[in-house]
Design a protein around this ligand. Structure first.
Ligand SMILES: *Cc1c(COP(=O)(O)O)cnc(C)c1O
Length: 400
């Protein structure tokens, strides 16, 4: 079948909740994907950072296959021999005392919010049904009704009300606004250390330290959503490491499985996650032996192949090269590690046409908002491959 035929089928039978580039991918390896007609592209989106380890990483695929031959799902009604090891390895790596596994990122954020509320009622003694959670403008946390409740993106909410009470938003990057919004009933502050879907927005230096201090002072749990920024994407294991803070709760997902299947988790100490009792919360697939085996290997690959360090070093190089292009269309090149946003000038006609031109030259990336191109390739990328990409990005950014 041809590209055009696949697209016709998809558009006829599938709900149109996405606007993909017209490339139909049939296989992938490392940083490269190949379409149904055999054309190769460099993947500079990495499935929104789920594929930090590169597509179909041989070690992770082997872990998947080996585990698939043994047992894939027990449900949490029974124990399995992979989940305890994942727990231990995640706690050793991150320094938290406990883990709660889920599947999608949205589920993990929901789980973190439930944990924070539970803590608010059981430990902080907030009156019944009064708990408040503060979030940031321009956030992205997923697509459930409660999560879109605190989205400030009109489209994400349009037609989906009524929403969930108990949330407010303050401007991202403004610690004073957080301090002013806290009340005796505030139980948590949820923030992405670098906003991904919001356009790769890096807060001012010192912001995370300041909000961490404000949370501590007010007995409010500090929660970082590291689903996109975490696991090496920012050039550190977690983006909040740049400011040496230790959030009370950390949410991870995406690259936790190297893009193989949905695996997410909430990390925290016993004082928070210890509040869950049997029956309080759960998921049929969350913590399955298959997910746990894949996540264990994904983390080992990240650490043993030094992908976090590679992201730090090559991210800096990539940003420098992008800045050197000096395109009249570019307003700003920003980011940390291989988490890079190129914001275009308002008069440049939007990011979509640049993404389409890049696709023609063999590079896949996707606009975030209408005016930012995100460059976030798998963290296994090499300097030579970045040079190859920059050559093509230069041609595209210098077009009329
Ligand atoms: C992708 C993402 C989510 C949601 O993850 P899903 O797996 O798509 O549900 C939540 N928070 C952040 C910061 C994300 O980037």
């Amino acid at each position: 079948m041809l590209t055009k035929e696949y697209i016709e089928l998809e558009d006829k039978y599938g709900a149109h909740n996405y606007h993909p580039l017209d490339v139909v991918i049939a296989k992938a390896k490392g940083i490269w994907v190949e379409d149904v007609e055999g054309k190769k592209y460099m993947d500079c989106l990495a499935a929104y950072s789920a594929v930090n380890q590169g597509h179909c990483h041989p070690r992770i695929i082997k872990a998947l296959k080996d585990q698939a031959d043994k047992v894939t799902l027990t449900s949490r009604a029974f124990r399995n021999d992979q989940l305890p090891l994942l727990y231990k390895e995640l706690c050793d790596l991150t320094g938290y005392q406990m883990v709660l596994p889920m599947n999608s990122g949205a589920e993990a954020v929901e789980t973190a919010l439930k944990a924070v509320r539970k803590w608010g009622y059981k430990v902080k003694n907030v009156p019944e049904s009064k708990a408040e959670i503060i979030c940031c403008e321009n956030n992205f946390a997923g697509r459930t009704i409660s999560l879109i409740t605190f989205s400030t993106e009109e489209q994400y909410k349009d037609g989906f009300g009524p929403f969930t009470p108990g949330f407010k938003t303050v401007p991202f990057g403004d610690a004073k606004a957080l301090a002013a919004a806290i009340t005796p009933n505030t139980v948590g502050f949820l923030v992405e250390p670098i906003q991904g879907e919001g356009g790769v927005v890096v807060p001012p230096d010192g912001y995370l330290k300041e909000v961490s201090d404000i949370c501590k002072k007010n007995n409010v749990l500090f929660v970082t959503d590291e689903i996109q920024s975490g696991l090496g994407r920012s050039g550190k294991l977690f983006a909040h490491y740049y400011e040496n803070v230790r959030p009370d709760v950390v949410i991870i997902g995406k690259a936790l499985s190297g893009g193989i299947l949905p695996v997410s988790a909430v990390l925290a100490d016993k004082v928070v996650l210890g509040l869950f009792n049997p029956g309080d919360h759960g998921s049929t697939f969350g913590g399955s032996p298959l997910a746990a085996a894949v996540a264990r290997e994904s983390i080992k690959v990240l650490i043993e192949e030094k992908l976090v360090e590679n992201s730090f070093t090559l991210g800096k190089y990539f940003r420098e090269q992008l800045r050197n292009i000096n395109s009249p269309h570019v307003k700003e090149v920003r980011g940390k590690g291989l988490f890079i946003g190129v914001e275009l000038q308002p008069e440049s006609g939007g990011a979509r046409r640049f993404c389409e031109a890049l696709m023609d030259k063999g590079i896949l990336c996707k606009e975030t908002h209408s005016y930012v191109i995100r460059f976030a390739p798998p963290l296994i990328i090499t300097k030579e491959e970045i040079d190859w990409a920059v050559e093509r990005i230069r041609e595209v950014l210098l077009m009329a």
